[in-house]
Design a protein around this ligand. Structure first.
Ligand SMILES: Cc1ncc(C[n+]2csc(CCOP(=O)(O)OP(=O)(O)O)c2C)c(N)n1
Ligand SMILES: [Mg+2]
Length: 319
């Protein structure tokens, strides 16, 4: 496991409140994704959100797993933790439990989240800690060069299934909405920046785990994956509601508008299961769901007491 600690801006004597952060202050290393990778657009939207919300870099953490998408923390001038494939969520949960004062984002790929990390995905949705979780879904294992992932469409040719993916793709929205205590589930796309930004903002402002599936094109292995929806706005169904994602400027472009109350879980599940076209919008939100870090019962102990308890526990294994 490797930790990434970026250089952080020094605040004035009066503390961080005095300082107004510019967009460039959130920029980390130069992004090394391929030209045309959808991850660039997602990074730009995230940096815009950080600046708009004036998040303090040293109080903001990006946690990722492993994959192209998981290079995210390197490209931001916040704290970051580039973890292990599939384990971003438990790392992020641990950070949030110990430091509930920090703002914690998670960035994962489809392989990261829905394959090796699937158990963590389900249980973290249920624990519902206050995390903003971005799942960048390019329908393939990108970094390891084109293996079928759970979200690869059936019949799609990859290095591991050269005759075409054998199984129907797993539906991340349906899975998330099936988990008890899930509190925010949305879908957006990297090629619709206004919707992407509005969705990230709503997710960040949600108290609880906000799960956002971001449809993302890999220009090398899956450039055509969402191409029909990119070229033909008729293929997109935009969810609209006063409590949903507000992106009025898109309503002219996307004429297939579906009114949907994000408080209606049954309707959200029916929508998520639709196989025709691509949904953009907020499927479900319930900010009243219990959050693990807020409700867990922990006996308050001093550092010395915790140390003594740990020593006593280890002594049980002394030979
Ligand atoms: C425990 C473990 N298993 C497998 C790998 C190899 N590995 C690295 S990235 C990756 C797939 C990444 O795919 P995805 O999560 O979809 O991210 P993308 O690169 O597409 O953004 C795999 C299998 C690894 N690094 N660690
Ligand atoms: Mg992927």
């Amino acid at each position: 496991m490797s930790g990434v600690l970026c250089g952080l801006p020094v605040c004035g004597d009066g503390g961080p409140d005095e300082h107004e952060y510019t967009l460039s202050e959130y920029e980390g290393a130069r992004a090394r994704w391929c030209p045309g990778c959808g991850d660039h657009s997602i990074l730009a939207a995230v940096q815009r959100l950080l600046a708009a919300e004036q998040l303090i870099p040293e109080q903001t953490v990006f946690v990722s797993g492993i994959g192209c998408s998981s290079r995210f923390p390197h490209y931001l001038n916040t704290y970051g933790f580039h973890g292990i494939h599939g384990r971003a969520l438990p790392v992020a949960t641990g950070i949030k439990l110990q430091r509930p004062d920090l703002t914690v984002f998670v960035v994962m790929g489809d392989g990261d989240c829905t394959s090796i990390g699937a158990a963590h995905w389900i249980h973290t949705l249920r624990y519902n800690p206050d995390l903003t979780v971005l799942m960048l879904d390019n329908g393939i294992y990108g970094l390891t060069k084109n293996q079928t992932s759970p979200t690869t469409p059936q019949g799609w040719i990859s290095n591991t299934q050269p005759q075409g993916s054998w199984l129907p793709a797993l539906n991340p929205l349906s899975v998330s909405l099936g988990v008890t205590n899930a509190s925010f589930v949305a879908q957006t796309a990297e090629w619709v920046p206004a919707h992407l930004y509005a969705t990230l903002r709503a997710a960040y402002r949600h108290a609880g785990l906000a799960f956002v599936r971001i449809l993302q094109r890999c220009p090398v292995y899956t450039p055509a994956l969402y191409q029909r929806a990119v070229q033909d706005p008729e293929r997109v169904r935009l969810l609209v509601h006063d409590d949903g994602i507000q992106a009025a400027e898109l309503e002219k472009l996307y004429r297939n508008r579906l009114p949907h109350d994000p408080g209606d879980l049954d309707a959200a599940r029916r929508l998520a299961a639709m196989e025709d076209g691509i949904l953009l919008g907020l499927l479900y939100r319930d900010a009243s769901r219990p959050r693990y870090e807020a409700i867990r019962q922990v006996t308050p102990r001093t550092a010395a007491e915790r140390h003594a308890l740990l020593e006593a526990e280890l002594d049980r294994y002394a030979i």
